[in-house]
Design a binder for this molecule. Structure first.
Ligand code: TYD
Ligand code: MG
Length: 458
């Protein structure tokens, strides 16, 4: 028999080590190595051999399958992120920081789905049924026929689901579940991997849609192994900033729909409320006509979204001035600063730079480059940008402005919200300007020259 050796696995990155160490040399995390039971290995050196397997039935690409049937949950923002509703027999991971509102969102989704006549089971490994009932009372969901249980033993859960055959089962959370055939603690890599595997295969086999709740580590990864992300059909992140009431449900992987869609919610005293016009919300606290404040017309998934970008530039006492970014990419900010310095002669040396996307939103579009540049120079020169204006455009390293996608949608949204002017890249074919006064620029230096004149170094 093969000698059974212990395996040591990093809870953060899933790397395996021969012996226990204090710090994982793959991801650099401290104190994340746990001892795990080794995977059962087959006899050494044995190959599949010559014995034959079964011949597979091969299909064609042009076979017409029945269209995917989906059932809407009844919360539009949630359904949109799923790609138009819940697909039966699919496994969905909803991940987010502790306390962000995952249980609240899923209890609301469970109740709405049950109200459409579907059978829903909510299994919590974290809260007692009485706690969940208290929350349901607060959210005024007690009339919905959601079945509850508090359990962490996977074998019992699977038996229950098999006998009850619900349309949707919610498992809150995957880190608290344990399978008795795996010899390690709940939340460990082997347990999370095994329970997620059992639950996803159960979903496929029995046609039950299963939602797994997953906690995220402080650096934004799903705690334990990322393998759960590969196993499930859909991965949704529920995110938001502490201290802000906005919550964003973002699809990062979706086998049944677009993977860049977002749903916007607001955490209120009685649960999560849908935000049907997010731009209005994100702009509602805007300081009109302040230097350093610019409105960016962005696109999130299929939906235009206007957000305020705020910049502050202040003299720095530090040898290496601060570059602090909230809601945008730090590397992208460095690039924009370098282009402004090299192509427009505007230096930020000796100055601290702070950049903030208002409302706790995180944007990743390169189309925000020009808006960021405008906010930075506006803050540096203390000259406000007209408050009725939106800005978008990608800046290339040469300083040229690149055309971006869905310009018409961005302009239409801006016009709807009362903006009357836009600054955009020039090489864009616009079929309609939506009645906006659009000023186009070839390069970022032309934009700077037009709005701020020639900037002399003091
Ligand atoms: P919860 O859903 O328990 O978070 P998670 O499951 O992601 O850990 O949400 C907890 C937070 O939400 C808690 O700080 C209180 C807040 N909350 C509200 O503000 N309003 C509400 O109606 C509810 C139910 C919770
Ligand atoms: Mg919870």
């Amino acid at each position: 028999m093969a000698k059974s050796t212990l395996a040591f696995t990093c809870m953060n990155c899933n790397a395996s080590h021969k012996k226990w160490v204090g710090r994982c040399d793959t991801c650099g995390e401290w104190n994340s190595i746990k001892e795990e039971a080794p995977l059962a290995a087959g006899p050494k050196g044995k190959t599949l051999g010559a014995s034959k397997g079964r011949k597979l039935a091969l299909g064609d690409l042009n076979t017409v399958d029945a269209p995917l049937e989906r059932s809407t949950i009844g919360i539009d923002e949630f359904d949109r992120v799923l790609g138009g509703g819940l697909v039966p027999a699919s496994a969905i991971l909803v991940a987010g920081d502790p306390g962000i509102g995952k249980s609240t969102l899923l209890l609301q989704a469970a109740a709405e789905f049950a109200r459409t006549g579907k059978k829903v089971i909510y299994i919590s490994g974290e809260e007692a049924s009485s706690q969940i009932r208290m929350r349901a009372q607060r959210l005024k969901l007690t009339d919905a026929s959601v079945k509850l249980a508090t359990e962490t033993n996977l074998r019992d859960i699977l038996t229950t689901l098999e006998e009850e055959a619900p349309d949707l089962a919610i498992i809150d959370s995957i880190q608290t579940m344990w399978a008795d055939h795996v010899d390690s603690a709940p939340g460990s890599v082997s347990q999370v991997r095994a329970t997620a595997h059992e639950l996803t295969t159960f979903a496929k086999r029995k046609g039950v849609a299963i939602v797994l709740v997953g906690h995220v580590t402080k650096d934004g990864q799903i705690a334990g192994p990322r393998v759960v992300e590969h196993m499930v059909d859909t991965v949704l992140y529920f995110e938001g900033e502490r201290g802000h009431q906005f919550r964003i449900l973002r699809a990062v992987k979706n086998r049944f729909g677009p993977s860049d869609e977002i749903g916007v919610f607001e955490m209120t005293g009685c649960g999560l409320a849908q935000v049907t016009n997010p731009s209005e919300l994100f702009l509602s606290e805007r300081d009109i006509q302040t230097a350093g404040s610019v409105v960016f017309a962005g696109i999130e998934g299929t939906r235009p979204l206007l957000v305020e970008i705020q910049a502050l530039v202040a003299p720095s006492p530090l040898a290496t001035p601060r570059r602090t970014v909230v809601g945008w990419d730090t590397a992208r900010l460095s690039m924009v600063l370098a282009v402004l310095e090299a192509r427009c002669g505007i230096s930020f040396a000796g100055k601290d730079v702070y950049l903030n996307i208002a409302g706790g939103l995180r944007i990743s579009e390169p189309a925000a480059d020009l808006a960021v540049a405008a906010a930075l120079i506006s803050a540096r020169q203390d000259i406000p940008i007209a408050s009725d204006t939106v800005i978008f455009g990608e800046i290339s390293l040469s300083g040229a402005l690149r055309p971006i996608s869905q310009a018409e949608n961005r302009l239409k949204e801006a016009q709807k919200l009362g903006f009357s002017a836009a600054f955009t890249p020039s090489r864009m074919k616009l079929s309609s300007e939506s009645g906006m006064n659009v000023t186009k620029y070839d390069a970022v230096d032309a934009f700077v020259e037009h709005h701020f004149g020639s900037i002399n170094e003091e």
